[in-house]
Design a protein around this ligand. Structure first.
Ligand code: NAI
Length: 383
């Protein structure tokens, strides 16, 4: 079987799905690896490095897709609104696609996948169970986003993070408030704390209190009934607008007293909850910074513009998109580990197992031989 790694075609995407160090893990399984010319260049991996590890470099994108039985990508199908659908048309009928596919985003793209009889596995759908931890691309990428968010805020803030006692005077530490202490939030807390900020955090799931405290941050208690905020799968529930209105009211004082607010609150499959209103910005000191990691899901802040930095009422509001791509070397390394571990589960006896014999394969299988087979996606999209 032939496995192809195309150059990512999403605008400004610098990651690559497979770095040279992981090529041998794939060839050992009996797969031949084709890599599109310059596929790793944006992340710092030259064609020469791939060749040294036994991959073959293919200059033409069309030829790469046309020759491959399995395609490994970072952003494909609906996760690449710019070129995802066009790329699918280059794939061989009956071939297999593995990547971040944004499965809930587009009925049309799902239709295209099915029509071309492509079997596809969405990395976002890999269950968050212990056995699948090394395949969990959502976690590895969220961790990078949290790290970057803390640094972006530090660079935009007209203050320093750490406390300094110098001959020229004392500098008080910056106060950083993180809303949403999932994977990205916890990494933002750890990074801000490491640089010396005084960090506090809040999450609707009370279970994260200890994790926040173990990173040296203060967990903010607010008088909201947190019963039923967490689903069985560990994710937060959609709590409805009245709950969020009350949350905004109760968090107002903490937000106003913070120099930096990093928001990461998300509810899978839903628009992100609105947790910082424009009115709340008026209470913040001029020069304060908000980094809204939920920008791509609609934003946690009223004033967020995805992909842009705006100033409202003296507050800098940053709405970053695709942050993992800004750390392409390590993002590609972690993603390569995720995707090769996943390949280890689905590639059995010389072929890709689309028969759902393994729980991880079964839950992430989106389309198989012309049909959308994922029930949650089916019902969420009313198909
Ligand atoms: P996410 O990206 O869906 O959401 C980020 C955070 O926002 C979550 O912690 C969520 O509780 C919080 N949130 C939602 N609404 C909020 C609100 N109104 N106010 C404040 N915070 C709000 O979540 P992520 O980071 O992907 O992780 C979700 C869960 O998955 C966690 O329980 C985590 O421990 C679990 N997990 C399990 C793994 C495993 O077992 N292998 C791996 C990674 C995560």
């Amino acid at each position: 079987m032939i496995l192809g790694v195309p150059k990512e075609s999403y605008p400004d995407e610098r990651r690559v799905a497979l770095i040279p160090a992981f090529v041998e893990r794939v060839t050992k399984r009996g797969l031949e690896v084709l890599v599109q010319k310059d596929a790793g260049a944006g992340a710092g991996f030259s064609d020469h490095l791939y060749e040294e590890k036994g991959a073959r470099i293919i200059p033409s994108r069309r030829e790469l897709y046309g020759s491959s039985d399995v395609i490994l990508q970072v952003r494909a199908a609906a996760a690449n609104p710019a070129r995802g659908a066009a790329d699918l048309r280059l794939m061989k009928k009956g071939s297999v696609l593995i990547g971040l596919l944004d499965p809930y985003a587009s009925k049309e793209v799902l239709h295209e996948l099915a029509q071309r009889r492509i079997s596809s596995f969405a990395m976002e759908l890999i269950p968050r169970i212990t056995r699948a931890q090394d395949m969990d691309a959502l976690s590895s990428m969220a961790s990078i986003s949290g790290y970057r968010a803390a640094l972006m805020a530090a660079c935009a803030l007209p203050r320093m993070y750490p406390m300094l006692i110098t001959a020229a005077g004392t500098v008080v530490p910056a106060r950083v408030f993180v809303i949403g202490a999932g994977v990205a939030g916890l990494q933002a807390i750890a990074t801000a704390h490491r640089i010396g900020a005084v960090v506090s955090a809040y999450d609707v799931r009370p279970a994260v209190r200890e994790q926040v405290q173990s990173l040296g941050a203060k967990f903010i208690e607010i008088e909201l009934d947190s019963e039923g905020t967490e689903k069985n799968d560990g994710y937060a529930k959609d709590m409805g607008e009245e709950f969020y209105r009350r949350q905004r009211e109760l968090m107002g004082r903490v937000v106003a007293e913070s120099d930096v607010v990093i928001t990461t609150a998300a509810v899978p499959g839903k628009k992100a909850p609105l947790l910082i209103s424009e009115y709340m910005l008026k209470g913040m000191a001029p020069g304060s910074v908000i980094v809204d990691l939920a920008a791509e899901q609609g934003g946690n802040c009223d004033c967020t513009v995805p992909g842009e930095t705006v100033t409202r009422h003296g507050v800098t509001v940053i709405g970053p998109v695709n942050l993992p791509s800004t750390v392409p070397y390590h993002a590609s390394q972690l993603y390569s580990k995720n995707i090769t571990s996943f390949l280890g589960v689905v590639f059995k006896e010389g072929r890709v197992d689309t028969e759902c014999r393994d729980e991880i394969a079964c839950e992430s299988l989106l389309t198989r031989e012309g049909r959308l087979v994922h029930q949650k996606v089916q019902s969420a999209l009313g198909l």
